[in-house]
Design a protein around this ligand. Structure first.
Ligand SMILES: Nc1ncnc2c1ncn2[C@@H]1O[C@H](COP(=O)(O)OP(=O)(O)O)[C@@H](O)[C@H]1O
Ligand SMILES: [Mg+2]
Length: 246
């Protein structure tokens, strides 16, 4: 499989503040990679850098064989930001039309793709409602539908399952697994262990450092524990011990 995302020796931060240190990540085509870590760990900073919204302080990011930042690639990436960027005075359908058209979809494609994307997140019955009347969870679902509407080869989803109930979460995961099977690449962030367990590859981030990387099963074996959650806790304790010893 080809390499879709390559992050090499990345250091990233804001001004003089260093948030991420020495991050190396390879995401292959057709893979689902989960970035897992507590709030403030640096997950959003990493996906924003991969999207090209932040220029690396050190190191390089390559997406679909192009060095980032690169505006031309944005049309090929379905991006769901952690903070919903929706037009509240428009309906859900109008939002999907607007963002789909921005991604280059024709009227005919929009007609086919909008019900598909809305269906995955159970929003078909709400398509003609105004977003200002949506709950937080509905806005999250609409943001995910927008990321899916253009059928992009790469999906970058920042906390896609926040505020989404377990049943719909499963339905969404079912579709993400299907998309990966047909060759789409998916990078997502989460602090939910259930999401992490569904990923093909995991990168655990804590205090801006990758503390563990591998498939869920590899990690569970290597750390001699029985769950992804225990891997995270054990790797975290090892990081603390290392930091305190100097
Ligand atoms: N725009 C910003 N300016 C300055 N500091 C930021 C900015 N965004 C995030 N940070 C800081 O970077 C660190 C990592 O944040 P973030 O990447 O959002 O973590 P996560 O997504 O894992 O919760 C935090 O300490 C946060 O306060
Ligand atoms: Mg975040």
């Amino acid at each position: 499989m080809s390499i879709t995302i390559q992050v090499t020796n990345l250091q990233q931060g804001y001004g003089k503040n260093v948030v991420l240190r020495d991050i190396n990540l390879t995401v292959k085509g057709g893979e689902i990679v989960g970035l897992i870590g507590p709030s403030g760990a640096g997950k959003t900073t990493l996906v924003s850098t991969i999207m090209g919204m932040l220029k690396p302080q050190k190191g390089t990011v390559t997406v679909l064989q192009q060095r980032m930042p690169n505006r031309k690639l944005l049309g090929k990436i379905g991006y769901m930001a952690q903070t919903d960027a929706l037009y509240n005075s428009l309906t859900a359908r109008e939002n999907l039309k607007f963002f789909g058209a921005m991604q280059g979809l024709s009227v005919a494609e929009l007609k086919k793709q909008i019900p598909y994307a809305a269906g995955i997140v159970n929003l078909n019955a709400d398509l003609d409602k105004y977003v200002k009347n949506f709950s937080g969870g509905m806005k999250r679902r609409l943001s995910l539908a927008i990321a899916l509407v253009s059928n992009p080869e790469l999906l970058i989803l920042d906390e896609p399952t926040v505020g989404i109930d377990p049943e719909l979460r499963q339905q969404i995961w079912h579709e993400l697994q299907h998309l990966a099977k047909v060759g789409k690449t998916i990078l997502l962030t989460t602090h939910v262990m259930a999401d992490a367990e569904q990923s093909d590859q995991l990168m655990m981030i804590r205090n801006g450092v990758a503390i563990a990387q591998g498939t869920p099963n590899q990690l569970i074996r290597n750390y001699q524990v029985t769950s992804v959650e225990e891997v995270f806790l054990k790797a975290g304790r090892q990081q603390d011990a290392h930091t305190h010893n100097g």
